[in-house]
Design a protein around this ligand. Structure first.
Ligand SMILES: C[S@@+](CC[C@H](N)C(=O)[O-])C[C@H]1O[C@@H](n2cnc3c(N)ncnc32)[C@H](O)[C@@H]1O
Length: 213
């Protein structure tokens, strides 16, 4: 039986105690401890970054010589060591802006993107998978070849297809279920992908897009 979701669980309280903006920060914190995706001095793009929990972890890890850019549809109140943009992660203008002002290419692209929930399970899963697929496409256009891509996705729908697309695009792909996701009773997992395979012939990467709403 999955545990009922308690929004004020130990990760919520721990986040409050440590001045972190979201309990989800502990998911990236665990991924970082296990896979070292964020190096000192690295450039990081965080997609779906509001309210800023992942940005806080990223800024801590890359330090003052690094660069963290958080992008979200919602405003992210300012954070030390973090640049924030209010933007649609998939607007046609964003790619050019990332290259001109956003310091692309990146050492790591992170995606904790989540759609507004409809309450209809299958629809929400498909939307989440669609966001993950789009984030994958974008990551392949802005990552350094040696870079990391970390993406949230739900086990359901065409998860297997998305995993396959990530394996085609990256040399190494690990499926991770952080403790903070388990505690929430969520079906979400994170794929931690390392080093692009350079298979992309099409500049838009659309062949990798998974189906979804
Ligand atoms: C789970 S929250 C991210 C939490 C964040 N990682 C943190 O630690 O604070 C998911 C975010 O994805 C954002 N989002 C969804 N679709 C988006 C899009 N197309 N472009 C940018 N942000 C988007 C939502 O606005 C929401 O803030």
């Amino acid at each position: 039986m999955p545990k009922p979701y308690n929004p004020r669980d130990r990760f919520y309280r721990k986040a409050k105690d440590q001045g972190l903006r979201a309990r989800s920060a502990f998911k990236l914190d665990e991924i970082q401890r296990r896979f070292h995706v964020l190096k000192p001095g690295a450039r990081v793009l965080d997609l779906g970054a509001a309210p800023g929990g992942w940005c806080q972890i990223a800024a801590r890890e890359v330090g003052s010589k690094g660069f963290v850019l958080g992008v979200d549809l919602e405003a992210i109140p300012s954070l030390p060591g973090v640049t924030t943009w209010v933007a649609d992660a998939f607007s046609p203008e964003l790619l050019a802006r990332l290259r001109s002002e956003g310091r692309a290419p990146y050492d790591a692209v992170l995606s904790d993107l989540a759609p507004k929930t409809s309450g209809i399970h299958g629809v929400d899963e498909a939307r989440s998978l669609d966001l993950a697929g789009r984030a994958l496409d974008l990551s392949l256009q802005v990552l350094k070849p040696s870079g990391f891509f970390v993406v949230k996705v739900f086990m359901g729908g065409d998860f297997a297809g998305f995993l396959k697309a990530c394996k085609q695009a990256f040399v190494e792909v690990r499926v991770v279920r952080p403790e903070a996701s388990v505690a929430r009773g969520s079906k979400e997992v994170y794929l931690v992908c390392r080093e692009t395979r350079k298979l992309r012939a099409a500049s838009d990467g659309s062949t990798l897009r998974t189906s979804g709403a």
